[in-house]
Design a binder for this molecule. Structure first.
Ligand SMILES: C[S@@+](CC[C@H](N)C(=O)[O-])C[C@H]1O[C@@H](n2cnc3c(N)ncnc32)[C@H](O)[C@@H]1O
Length: 467
């Protein structure tokens, strides 16, 4: 990683207009991801960090096309347009915010936006405002004051969010924040917030905020050729973000819900998705499954099968291309084009397989995963079902079983109550990060599996424990 300079200094108070030669970019993120975002900015060579604050990082670059819009962990990236003192709580102060629009160097902002890969022209204005603390005005008052002043200066239309309708396509997004010390005006670089991913057509309850998923993927340090598993994949966010960061990994997503698997499939259409041609039949509700089609030979699961839920539900779907206990862990993979035909192993590009399975009993051989990524179904909007309906213990047991010696899991937990179960399964927590998304706190935890398994000597697989 090339670090040119870092200085964590507070921004200057008073008015600041942006220099046209070295624009200041502002990346905003989920609270708790600031260090992760700072590391990504430096690693990408996107700029020199000049300020690191609450949900916000400022960085400067003279280089055109710094690839700021290629960052995956921010919610959004802006050009700093102008800044003045916060107006306080009184509503009378709101009209003075129009001054921000006067302070902004609109020509150099438009040029800077274009140079950073944003749209070339500003055909209209829309503004989104937020503030810290109680105020005697609302966000729309701020948005309208600044938006109308900007539109006047530029001679273009203004769309007020007060109407509750979406702005017309092509309207430039501006952001105003009042943090108690400063009122800050920023111009969004991309034509829409970066956290809105192109791939995301569908979500399921509990679907991850994509920048948070991207942060988990960074933490997992996925290497070319790695086998990556999400045992409760939902709409596939983690694996799709993994594919974006590491185009040479094999990805396996499992879920018990057919709707989740369909969502994963739809979201991953830009990836080579292994979804067999007879998917619909394979994804029928458990009661309809013909047990003859499934691998029930493995006796480890027989007792669960017969005792807990009756036959069918917890059998292993024989999805072509999945590693089986007998294949020695060598996963065969196949692409969307191959679906329904014979598997074509190919490690040169990303492969993703989504299949119906219980995370309490994964269709993966022991020690076959280099990385596990997961936000499991508890503590949030989704409850565990199947083998996870009464306890989380089997999820942890499967993490331990499936991870290769010395391999890494990165998980998002609603609290730390469960962590001792992971530790009892010999998974060692090596990193913990508290994050706050939509008002709810969660914990990003990285765990490492023991380097040896069942008395055997470790055979590291392309392994390096990330710092
Ligand atoms: C919090 S959501 C995961 C969301 C996902 N990361 C995303 O971004 O869309 C948890 C998922 O676990 C699934 N689930 C619940 N019990 C399960 C089980 N026993 N085995 C596999 N998946 C299960 C749910 O259907 C749900 O899709």
């Amino acid at each position: 990683m090339r670090v040119r300079a870092i200085s964590f200094t507070a921004p200057r108070s008073g008015s600041v207009t942006v220099s046209s030669t070295a624009p200041t970019l502002v990346a905003r993120c989920v609270h708790g991801l600031e260090p992760t975002l700072a590391a990504e900015i430096l690693q990408l060579g996107a700029g020199v960090i000049t300020y690191l604050g609450h949900r916000e990082i400022h960085f400067r670059t003279r280089r055109p096309r710094t690839r700021a819009v290629a960052l995956r962990t921010p919610d959004d990236v802006f050009l700093l347009a102008a800044r003045c003192a916060d107006i306080g709580v009184a509503k009378q102060g709101v009209s003075t915010l129009a001054r921000l629009a006067d302070l902004a160097d609109l020509d150099s902002l438009a040029r800077g936006r274009r140079r950073q890969g944003g749209p070339g022209t500003i055909t209209g204005i829309e503004v989104s405002a937020s503030f810290l603390g109680r105020r005697n005005f609302n966000r729309y008052d701020v948005e309208d004051a600044v938006g109308r002043a900007l539109a006047r200066r530029l001679g273009v239309g203004y769309h007020s969010r007060r109407t509750g309708t979406a702005p017309p396509a092509g309207y430039a997004g501006w952001r105003v924040t009042l943090d108690g010390a400063h009122a800050t005006l920023m111009l969004r670089i991309a034509d829409r917030p970066l956290h809105r991913r192109d791939y995301r057509r569908r979500t399921v309850p509990g679907s991850l905020h994509p920048p948070l998923a991207a942060a988990m993927v960074r933490m997992a340090d996925i290497r070319p050729g790695h086998t990556v598993v999400d045992p409760c994949c939902g709409a596939g966010t983690l694996l799709i973000e993994a594919a974006a960061q590491q185009p040479q990994a094999r990805l396996y997503g499992f879920d018990l819900e057919v709707t989740a698997l369909r969502a994963s499939h739809d979201n991953a259409t830009l990836l080579p998705v292994a979804f067999p041609a007879d998917t619909e039949r394979r994804l029928t509700p458990a009661g309809d499954i013909d047990p003859a089609r499934y691998n029930t030979a493995d006796t480890r699961w027989r007792s669960m099968l017969d005792s807990d839920v009756g036959p069918g539900l917890f059998t292993w779907p024989e999805v072509e291309g999945l590693p089986t206990p007998d294949s020695g862990g060598a996963p065969a993979v196949f692409s969307q084009a191959d679906a329904g035909s014979s598997p074509t192993p190919d490690s040169s590009i990303n492969r993703v397989v989504f299949a119906r399975a219980d995370a309490g009993r994964l269709p993966m051989p022991d020690g076959s995963a280099d990385r596990i990524l997961s936000n499991p179904p508890w503590g949030g909007q989704v409850a565990g079902s199947g083998l996870l309906s009464s306890s989380t213990s089997l999820w942890w047991a499967e993490l331990r079983r499936v991870l290769a010696p010395g391999a890494t899991a990165v998980v998002l937990l609603p609290d730390l109550d469960d962590l001792p179960i992971g530790v009892r399964h010999q998974l060692v927590p090596t990193h913990l990060q508290r994050v706050r998304v939509s008002g709810a706190e969660s914990y990003l935890v990285r765990l490492v599996a023991p380097r040896t398994r069942r008395g055997r000597k470790a055979s590291p697989r392309n392994e390096r424990t990330p710092l």
